[in-house]
Write a protein that binds this ligand. Structure first.
Ligand code: B12
Ligand code: SF4
Length: 489
């Protein structure tokens, strides 16, 4: 029986299903597994926890922006403890060049279930790990990228996620309010700023990337969440739930209505919305939606963002339907795009949102993540002049593209004020003035408080009370400190 300890930088407010699934899988195979969250802990405390677990393996899981925390911690631990380090998750999948770090033993690219099980089984037998598919490692000064194993086509064969492993860490799990559930994996689209087009290429000959669990399998898990864990709200995390075949959706929603009937949130795109689908979802408990508007300039949307054939009229139609069925609407939008006049595009997107009147308009700054087409585009067009890799950007704060300092400041400021401007369009002239001021923490507070309030009150359906508001303010304060990496220095 091998001992595997996962470490993640943070669990935020939602679950970390990647790690939780791997935990279920390895436990089912008879191994010992636990997980530690780095955020808010000192190195001394982490070290004691890790040492006491006596791991054979430490598995780090990271998205881009979390990797430096993992790398830094691992390098320190390697000086004091004897274990094998294995890194996985989207950052290491799309940036396996990290293997050059001397303290990384293995990187797991892509889906981890098969690889991690084999790693632990092979280790138990005392054999070499070097033949295991999906692994990247160094040997005699060379980097070896083993081939990928095929994608898991039968998602029902994966055990349900381990809901215990982060139980004490995630606010929503403790309160019993919210649980995340995946109905499937993959997305059929190829937006240039997202990981999916890269994933499609990686797995081109290794199986269909878009896959769905059977409705029965999902409902069995949901019954457990509702009846045994007292869950009150379901967050369907699939990239685009409404891209599923209508017959499948019908079966899932019929059963959901019959057995679960909890309010739920799902994610979608405007061009995947029909009245038939909304009615179906709405009868079952559809409470809120996250839907991508992203950019109101149709040419930029099609050519640079590769959003497909979505036009502004599709967006207006989809949002009008959500309004008709009284669904709370969170729109996703991007600013700081690699175009000649990014502020003009940003204001167009704000105007489209004002017209659509979503419950909450969320704005992100574009970050060209490793392996994405938009990153190549930014380099080619001179928006990332030194072609550097975008690593450890503290997400959601400032643009990392090579705009002039004046423009960069205005973009970063507008990002913080755009959501509230959509909500109260009358402040538009003030917003235009405020973005000229130096970058400051007040705007960040405004951004996160508006986000936390809207998510809590409308999107995740929390019963709002005074205590929750105080807790929210504290969380925003802690989040903004963003210093849990620095504690190690
Ligand atoms: C839910 C979610 C979140 C949640 C939870 C995060 C999480 N990682 O669980 C929250 C809301 C916190 C979040 C935040 C962000 N997210 Co997010 N998120 C997702 C989403 C929709 C699902 C993640 C998930 O659970 N997937 C399902 C599981 C099963 O897959 P998985 O995590 O990849 O794990 C598998 C493998 O990677 C591997 N694996 C994972 N870890 C490990 C570890 C080891 C040791 C091994 C062997 C294998 C292994 O095995 C797992 C099972 O097969 C994905 C998109 C997607 N469909 O995956 C984006 C995604 C992960 N997010 C992404 C990004 C960019 C972000 C943000 C940085 C965005 C931003 N700018 O704010 C922030 C970062 C946090 C912050 N600083 O605020 C990108 C990451 C790209 C990248 N290069 O890293 C993704 C891929 C979306 C995208 N459009 O490209 N996110
Ligand atoms: S629709 Fe969403 S999840 Fe799918 S490729 Fe585009 S951005 Fe990614």
């Amino acid at each position: 029986m091998a001992r595997l300890l996962f470490i993640v930088k943070d669990v935020y407010r939602v679950e970390r299903q990647g790690v939780q699934i791997l935990s279920s899988v390895v436990k089912k195979n008879g191994h010992k597994c636990s997980a530690i969250v780095g955020r808010g802990q000192t190195y001394a405390k982490l070290f004691t926890l890790i040492k006491n677990f006596k791991p054979d393996f430490i598995g780090y899981s990271a998205m881009t922006s979390e990797e430096d925390f993992c790398l830094e911690l691992n390098s320190r631990l390697k000086k004091e403890l004897n274990y094998i380090s294995i890194f996985g998750g989207p950052h290491f999948t799309f940036f396996p060049e990290e293997i050059n770090n001397p303290d990384i033993d293995f990187i797991c690219r892509g889906e981890g279930e098969g690889a991690i099980t084999e790693v632990l089984n092979v280790f138990d037998r005392g054999e070499s790990l070097e033949k295991i598919k999906n692994l990247t490692f160094k040997k005699n000064g060379n980097i070896i990228n083993n081939p990928l194993r095929p994608l898991i086509l039968d998602l029902d064969a994966i055990p349900f996620v381990d809901r215990e492993i982060f139980k004490e860490k995630i606010v929503d799990i403790k309160s019993g309010h919210l649980r995340a559930v995946f109905c499937g994996r993959g997305c059929p689209f190829n937006c240039s700023y997202c990981f999916n087009h890269q994933y499609h290429k990686m797995y081109q000959e290794l199986g269909k990337t878009l896959r769905w669990r059977t409705p029965n399998n999902i409902i069995t898990e949901l019954k457990y969440l509702k009846n045994d864990l007292n869950t009150q709200f379901i967050h369907f995390c699939d990239d685009t739930l409404t891209s599923a075949p209508i017959i499948w959706l019908e079966e899932l929603m019929d059963k959901y209505k019959q057995y679960i009937k909890l309010p739920f949130l799902c994610l979608t795109r405007p061009d995947l919305i029909t009245e038939e689908k909304i009615r179906l979802l709405s009868n079952a408990g559809f409470h809120s939606v996250m839907v991508g508007i992203e950019c109101a300039d149709e040419v930029v949307s099609k050519i640079i963002l590769k959003r497909g054939d979505i036009v502004n009229q599709d967006i207006k139609n989809a949002i009008a339907l959500f309004h008709k069925y009284k669904i709370k609407i969170h729109t996703e939008n991007m600013i700081g795009l690699p175009v000649r006049k990014p502020l003009i595009d940003a204001f167009k997107t704000i105007a489209l949102n004002i017209e659509c009147k979503p419950t909450y308009a969320h704005f992100s700054i574009l970050y060209p993540y490793p392996g994405t087409e938009i990153k190549k585009y930014c380099i080619e067009k001179g928006f990332l002049k030194d072609g550097r890799s975008i690593k450890s950007i503290t997400s959601k704060s400032r643009t990392t593209l090579d705009f002039s300092p004046d423009l960069a400041r205005k973009i970063s400021n507008l990002h913080k004020l755009a959501g509230i401007t959509v909500r109260f369009p009358v402040i538009m002239p003030l917003t235009k003035l405020l973005i000229k001021f130096p970058y400051n923490r007040v705007y960040e507070y405004i951004f996160y408080l508006v986000l936390a309030y809207n998510w809590g009150r409308y999107i995740f359906n929390y019963p709002i009370n005074f205590q929750l508001i105080i807790k929210g303010i504290r969380e925003v304060k802690n989040y903004l400190k963003n210093d849990w990496c620095l504690q190690y220095r």
